[in-house]
Design a protein around this ligand. Structure first.
Ligand SMILES: *[C@@H]1O[C@H](CO)[C@@H](O)[C@H](O)[C@H]1NC(C)=O
Ligand SMILES: *[C@@H]1O[C@H](CO)[C@@H](O)[C@H](O)[C@H]1NC(C)=O
Length: 497
């Protein structure tokens, strides 16, 4: 007797590394039968085993692209979760011969947005639909509810909306998924999310550095403070895991593991892309750039050790680094909390303004409030304060910067004294706080009605006749600076431009 053919699956997933397996199990657990595929057969078996162990979930494994595709209900939708770049093209090439007009490919990797735009065109030429979908939340998020940032074909999104809304993280105002926009917008938004994540992690590490090296706090005290902060305006995933980190003992010796970890940061490239795009679009993103620079400098471990030695020999005073005496710990802790919050607001302002600039360039029509909403749950930067960002953009979708929203403006003003104290203390103690300093400089530059750019303009006109505008009359002006300064010689302008 022949076995009945299994009912067709509602969706497929190819690429069963950690993220892929977890996302597939999530889909199955929400009651949507799913087909899975991987070139390496053992990955398929592993996923099937997990689906059985985690409650006989409706997950079906296939070992060839053809069987995989033909096991799906039409119009078919497949999610691919492989390494960005060439592996995505290879997977599409393997799958698309078996797909029909109206079927959809969803790339869930951290892909460069322009690659997605190229693939959208290729897919369209075959009658296929395409989505580039940012997925954030790590393996746990993928399994229990990630934040999803799909962009590309709206029709493709509608076909899978039901599923995406069920598998995404759920927060008080809905599932953490929305149709982001056309083209590569989903990947772009995920990229900026990651850039903001770099900034958050950098700022938290600076808060730790100041508390530890200026305040002299122990890991035990740090764990308690981060737990406390997790019940404040800073409540967020990254603050929460930081509290946990300080509690973990070193299994090989005395003390806590955190102190034994090599101070060299890894990275995968989305932070760098964010900074490159900011420069490309003439958007200032100094906090995110500072966090990227810090990762580069952290990588120079051997050089930094040599530098420490060279400067000590040159007479660098050791008390530059010493824990301050006579510090009011309680006040320092409270100041650092405020400095961290204010710095974070500036970093998000930069990320949001980068998104807006790109949206204008590409005509994506991004809804910044809605993006803040889908980051409230599931993703690495999830935080209570994203709800405030959402509301700021709901109040005023054209908001030029978060720091001038009336609510945030009030908070920034309330925190600025503490913020300046922390940065000042860190600078005099020789503790680098590039993220907090970048945020503060961003704030102070942005809020000042008059900057020393007048002098830069004068210099440009002096050596390059670039002309300048005046504050008191319209038109562009050029001045024979060197003649009027009494030098009676114009050679500078002539030589240098
Ligand atoms: C299958 O698994 C391997 C790792 O075992 C991975 O490199 C590959 O990209 C996966 N994806 C597909 C679609 O085969
Ligand atoms: C942080 O806050 C969240 C939400 O209130 C809570 O679920 C979590 O247990 C807290 N974590 C720590 C380490 O305090």
């Amino acid at each position: 007797m022949e076995a009945a053919a299994p009912a067709l699956s509602q969706i497929g997933l190819a690429g069963l590394a950690v993220m892929g397996q977890n996302l597939a199990l999530n889909v199955a657990e929400k009651g949507f039968p799913i087909s899975v595929f991987n070139r390496t057969a053992s990955k398929v078996d592993e996923t099937i085993d997990r689906a059985r162990q985690e409650g006989n979930l409706p997950l079906f494994g296939y070992f060839t692209p053809k069987d995989f595709i033909l096991s799906l209900q039409r119009p078919r939708s497949i999610i691919i979760l492989v390494k960005a770049g060439a592996p995505v093209d290879q997977t599409i090439t393997a799958m698309s011969p078996f797909m029909d007009i109206g079927d959809t490919i969803i790339d869930g990797g951290n892909e460069w947005y322009q690659n997605t735009e190229r693939r959208i065109d290729q897919a369209n030429s075959k009658g296929l639909l395409y989505l580039g979908m940012g997925v954030s939340g790590g393996e746990d998020g993928a399994r229990h509810g990630p934040s999803l940032m799909p962009g590309g074909s709206y029709q493709a999104y509608s076909n899978v909306e039901r599923i995406l809304k069920k598998i995404a993280a759920q927060v008080d105002d809905g599932p953490c998924v929305t149709f982001v926009g056309e083209g590569g917008s989903g990947n772009f938004v995920k990229m900026v999310h990651n850039g903001i994540e770099y900034g958050d992690m950098q700022l938290i590490s600076e808060a730790y550095d100041v508390l530890k090296h200026v305040g002299g706090l122990s890991n035990d005290e740090l764990a308690k403070i981060f737990e406390e902060w997790n019940r404040s305006e800073l409540e967020s995933f990254l603050i929460e895991i930081t509290a946990d980190i300080f509690k973990v003992k070193d299994e090989f010796g005395e003390g806590e593991l955190v102190d034994k970890i090599l101070d060299k940061t890894g990275m995968k490239g989305t932070g760098k892309w964010t900074v490159q795009q900011a420069a490309e679009l003439s958007v200032a993103a100094p906090t995110i750039a500072a966090s990227l620079d810090c990762r580069y400098l952290s990588g120079l471990k051997e050089e930094r050790e040599l530098a420490a030695g060279a400067l000590r020999e040159a007479g660098m005073n050791d008390d530059v680094n010493a824990v301050r005496t006579g510090i009011d710990k309680k006040r320092l802790i409270d100041d650092v909390r405020q400095a961290l919050y204010a710095s974070k607001v500036c970093s998000y302002a930069q990320g949001m303004n980068l998104l807006r600039a790109k949206s204008v360039e590409k005509g994506w029509n991004l809804n910044l409030g809605e993006l803040a909403r889908i980051w409230k749950g599931g993703c690495i930067i999830r935080a209570v304060f994203l709800d405030r960002i959402k509301r700021a953009y709901q109040r005023n979708p054209g908001l030029s910067s978060l720091v001038v929203d009336p609510e945030f403006a009030r908070e920034m003003v309330q925190r600025q004294a503490a913020w300046r104290r922390v940065v000042g203390l860190a600078i005099s103690a020789g503790i680098s706080t590039p993220g907090m300093c970048a945020s503060l400089a961003y704030f102070d530059t942005y809020r000042r009605a008059r900057l020393p750019a007048n002098l830069v303009q004068a210099q440009r006109d002096y050596f390059g006749a670039h002309t300048y505008e005046r504050t008191d009359r319209s038109g562009s002006f050029h001045t024979e600076w060197s003649k009027l300064a009494g030098k009676g010689n114009n050679s500078v302008a002539a030589f240098h431009h």
